[in-house]
Design a protein around this ligand. Sequence first.
Ligand SMILES: O=C(O)CCC(=O)C(=O)O
Length: 304
Amino acid sequence: MTSTNELRLMKAEQVDHYVAHGYVLIEGAIDRAWLERLQAASDEFVEQSRALTKSNADIDIEPNHTSQAPRLRRLTNPVDNHPAFAELALGGPIADIALDLLGSPARYHHSKLNYKWSQGGTSVEWHQDIQYWPHTDFTPLTIGVYLADVDDEMGPMGIVPGSQSGELFNLYDHDQSWTGNIRTEDLSRVALDTVDWLKGPAGSVTVHNCGAVHGSMPNESDRPRPLLLQTYSAADSYPLLGVGTNGRTGRSSGVLIGDSSAPDTLTVQGRTMAAAPDWSRGGYTTIFDVQGPRTCSSEAGTTR
Ligand SMILES: O=C(O)CCC(=O)C(=O)O
C-alpha cells in the first residue's frame, strides 16, 4: 500500500476504512467531465443493443429486452471495448484509487458494467469474489463507479463489514453445481444485520476486497442503476489459470498500472522469485531458443 503522504486520490481515513473493514465508499471521486464521458460511452452500447435479440460477447441483455425498450444486464470487459473505460481504469482516477490501495505498480484484472435496469433489474445474491477468480493472494479488490445517482430503491451494493478476513464460503450447491452464492443455511454465519448499503450521487465510488461478502437487492425504481466495476490486485498477485473466470478476463487483463519500472516478481508460500514473462499470448518457442548458443558447464559461471 502507498504511504499515506503519497496518496493520489484517496484520503488517509478512506484507506484506513478499507483496511479495517474490507470496503469503503468515496463520494464525489469522479468529476462531472469524467462522468459525462463514461455516461456517453455507456449510451453508445445501449444504442448498439437495440439491434440485438440475444446477448453477445460484449453485451448481456435481459430476456424482455426489445429495440424500443432496451434492458441491459451487463457490458463485459468495457475496458477492452471503449477508450473512455480503458483510460479511466488504466490511467485515470480509478487507477489512482487502485494504486492508493495496492501500491504502485498494481495489476489490472477485469472490468464489467452492471446495469441493474429499472423495474426489476435483478438482485445479486450474497457472495465473495475470490472463489470466482482465485489469485495467489487476497489483495484483489473491485472498484465500482455509480454512473447515476443511487438510492435505496435502486438495489445499491451492500457489504458486510469485516467479512473480508472471515470465512471463505462454499459457493456450490449440495449437488456440487456452482450457484455462485452463499448457501442459505450458511448465511446464519454472516452478519447480515450489519450490512452497509453503499449509495450516493453519480460519480460515487465503491471499493470492496475480494473476500468481502456482498450482494444487492433488485432495482424496484424507474431508474437503471449502472455500476461500472474494475478489479485489480497487487502487482505480485496472479490469477490462478484454470479456475473460474480466470483466463477469460479480456485482452487487457494482467497489465500493470502505475510505476512500470518496478521488477515483476511473484511470491508463492512466502518465497519470492522473478518469474518468466507472460507468454500465454505468444512469444515463447523453446528453452533452447531463449537460452541461446551456450553450453552449461559444471564450473560455476562458465558458459560458451
Ligand atoms: O452489481 C452489483 O450490485 C454487484 C455486483 C457483484 O457483486 C459482482 O458482479 O460480483
